[in-house]
Write a protein of this length. Sequence first.
Lengths: 680, 502
Amino acid sequence: MELSSSILLTIALAPLVGCLLAGFFGKQIGRAGAHSVTILGLLISCGLSFYVLYQITAGGAPVYNHNIYTWFEIGKYTASVGFLIDRLTAMMMVVVTFVSLLVHVYTIGYMADDDGYQRFFSYISLFTFSMLMLVMSNNFLQLFFGWEAVGLVSYLLIGFWYKRPTAIFANLKAFIVNRVGDFGFLLGIAAILYFLGTLDYATAFGAAPTLVGKTLTLTQSIHWDAATVICILLFIGAMGKSAQVPLHVWLPDSMEGPTPISALIHAATMVTAGIFMVARMSPLYELSETALSVVLVIGATGALFTGLIGIVQNDIKRVVAYSTLSQLGYMTVALGVSAYAGAVYHLMTHAFFKALLFLGAGSVIIAMHHEQDMRYMGGLRKYMPITWITMWIGALALCGVPFFSGFYSKDSIIDAVHESHRWGSGYAYFCVVIGAFVTATYTFRQMYMTFHGKERFKVVEHHGHHDAHAHDDHHDDHDHHEPGVLHHPPKESPWVVTLPLILLAIPSLLVGLFTVQPMLFGNWFGGAIHVDEANNVLGEIGKEFHGSLAMALQGFTQLPFFLVLAAFIITTYIYLFNPSVADKIKSALKPIWVILDRKYWVDDIYFAIFARGGVKLGRMFWKGGDAAVIDGVLIDGSASLVQRIAAGARRIQSGYLYHYAFAMILGLILLLGGYWLIGQ
Amino acid sequence: MFNHLLSLLIWLPIVGAVPVLLAGSGRPNAARWISLLMAILTFAISLFLIPQYNPDVSGMQLVESHVWIESLNVHYGLGIDGISVALILLTTFVGILVIVGAWEVIQDKPHQYMAAMLVLEGLMIGVFCATDALLFYAFFEAMLIPMFILIGIWGGPRRVYATLKFFIYTFFGSIFMLIGLIYLYLKAGTWDLHALQALPLSLTEQSWLFFAFLIAFAVKVPMVPVHTWLPDAHVEAPTGGSVVLAAVMLKIGGYGFLRFSLPIVPDASHQFAWVVILLSLIAVVYIGYVALVQEDMKKLVAYSSVAHMGFVTLGIFIAFMLVRDQGNTDAARLGMQGAMVQMISHGFVSGAMFSCIGVLYDRLHTRLIKDYGGVINVMPWFGFFYVLFAMANCGLPGTSGFVGEFMVILASFSANPWIALFAAFTLIIGAAYTLWLVKRVLWGEVTNSHVAEMKDINGREWLVLGAFAALTILIGVWPEPLTHLMNISVNQLVQVLAIHKV
């Protein structure tokens, strides 16, 4: 059945309505009202998204591509707001609304004690609306709208606890770094308009072949290939949003925000917008080998080197954050070898298991009364079995252990890189394979430090101090109490928290097994993704694909699995049996540890150059340019010049008659002399 | 009534200022209510422009023409096109908000303040309607007087320096325009702008005239390097003065380029377009950095105004490159429309930003950023508006601040990618200076006991900020009605650009 605009509008707008009600009438409708309206909005949105996915895949609905209204129409240029619903969009809509719905439910538990309860629900619903506008767009204008709107909500949510200096530093940093990406992205859109004359996807993709042979004139001797320029500029946008090296610095800091949004925005959906965008633009990217090589190398670098940082983190959320950076690198690598479907597929499985890991980490944080340092955890498995088991499912999926969803998506990416002959694929293969070991190492380390081994926290019961203790539960005050000391033993989180964990654990475990065949190798995305036959690495590995079970069984004999196994053995030995080894390794490899702990000094360098340097430059311009030259010399200078001339001229008017008589005679002589001279 | 709609719009607020003055300082409330009534009435009448103006017909409409000074062939000539309609609506809309915004804030001689505002409003509408060069000049100069009074009487401690700087700066600029206009009159024997458009001029003549106009309008916009009067004027001006200055008066500079430089001296404008483009890009980048380090909120927003107005001049002058060097009229229209939308949008956004600063100033009587911090804790509603307008100021899509910049950047890429590169830098630096301001003022713990005592915005302030917010979002979400309104006028302008006079 054909999709109707009203259904699509409902999907997009239902979260917005929830956002407005919870945001503007939060006081009137109260806490329960706020979460009810937003969750209702998400239920509608999510239910209809599943319906749309069903119609698109099984119901025989044709691709929907219509404009809703005209944004501007100037000459031959039109910009509209409209929807393009194909399989890629439908899948993204389901992922976004499903994860968002679960995060909404989870928030009821996580934010229960927070004063900003209604505001938080309003923000996450606004986020869902923005993200839906982004993925459902049929044109570059709306894409950019969604792109920046999710950035805004991310800004608001990272700084949700606006009293914390670190949070408001992190949100400013995130917004500005993202703006660096958007700077490139906007120029990319401008380049598309210039070369293709349209902002509409379908028209632009249709005209894409005309880009071949066109160049952009930068100087008289430098001409750049049009497709390469467009693709690299757009990819700069993706680098910002999807936190690729060297614009990755904002994502770890974004962990200052409450955990539910780390799961929703900074793991499952927003940060994958760049991946989605490049996949959507596959008809353009296929035109430029150079751009794809750039994508490949940047992705590979991120996949390995940010993952390494994860090994030395002690904050439970930061481990997951660096893991996200690394996994985004994997997706980008997949894009770089033209395995767009592989990238999007990993995006989907990653959305489930990474949201699960974040929400699980959040559940641990609740149990630990907002302690995030893993050095004060350990042995939690007996206190919170549901969190423990579901997180292990997420962890194994992340490591890519056969049968888990992450295995199918990640191993396919590694295979695809192996298959590719694109410039940079050798380096990328090295990175993603070593990356598998790194991923397993930090994941197992995290799991062991959190749930296994000895308890490294103390429980000091405070009876009769319920008020003070309730106060302690406030997020804002969490850093006042002594680390590692809890006022009552950790316990499993309430059902609103564990239910989303279970609902995310199911797809983390199973979604790969059931969908890998059609989605990765069955050309499931159809016309939504375009790959040149010569670049079709997924098609090549698909020839050796004999069912998902066989693939998993074969996975046990592959190099990535051995690396995971090695990591498992090493971390098990260290963290379960001989924790002192960790310190020995740390001191033995001190220089490397310092490099990783300082995050390769990238943040420090950026801060010194861009933040401090920018302020210095501004001062110089202001004091040197505006104040000294323009005002000092030109304006006040000419004013004082006028004053000096006037003061001089005033002296002439002395009031003495003989001065005036003398001046008159002098004037007369000059006048007559002048006539006489001219007369000559 | 419709035959004299424009005259009515100009003179109603000016004449309306008389009863306001007569109310005297003894009856401040009467003065307030009369001026509010006048402002609302003017706005209501200006709304008739929408049905009366036909956006499908090019050329001036609702034309009025009477001989004013016969010996010099000066006419009282009025007329509007789509661009004027948009700017007049902006003026009358802002006119109400500044009256409401000053309601109880101005305690000293409120009747005179309100009267000056009304006179200023009428004169600004006059500027946007005049089709006779000398009439334009008269309104253009007369406008300085009420503004001079507003800053000079209700201004801050350094108001004398600021008013003098403001007056001499702008007066200095307009003298050159007057000389240029006299030259044109001597040559053509008419002040009629439409007739002057057809006047053949050599390139040398055009060049002299171009720079005469440039000086006059560059000061008004203001463009680098003649912008330094603006931060001083803003800092010393009362809130309402700042709002009108930023929201409407600066637009007159951009409007002047459209009415004088483009049609009368197109060849020189083309030849020297690079000068304006270069200065516009300097405004975006250099002023962006200067804005970053300001310690006074008003100065910061004033510098940000200069940077944003850079997009107006950029959009207007890249049209020359696009039409004449590449024959790309569509991109030229896009850039020109972008400039126009930016003018209107900047009216809302900067007006709103200055209103926000006014709200803060009324409570703590300081504009220094360091005196604030953690304001969101005590003023959540204010925080909502402040973040919204800050986002509009950094050009977030969905707000009006995005629309114009987006169009101009797209068009300038077609002209030359390097121009787009520098223009798009606003995305980064604009976000940096605006959000750093927000961080220091709004977020964080309450920094001092004065901030702790601040009260959230009252109903009157809510109304002002809410009205600005509504239009900021409306134009951001659906700019089509605005671009449609100006479409034919912009097309006509772009056609004029292509006509060579030499």
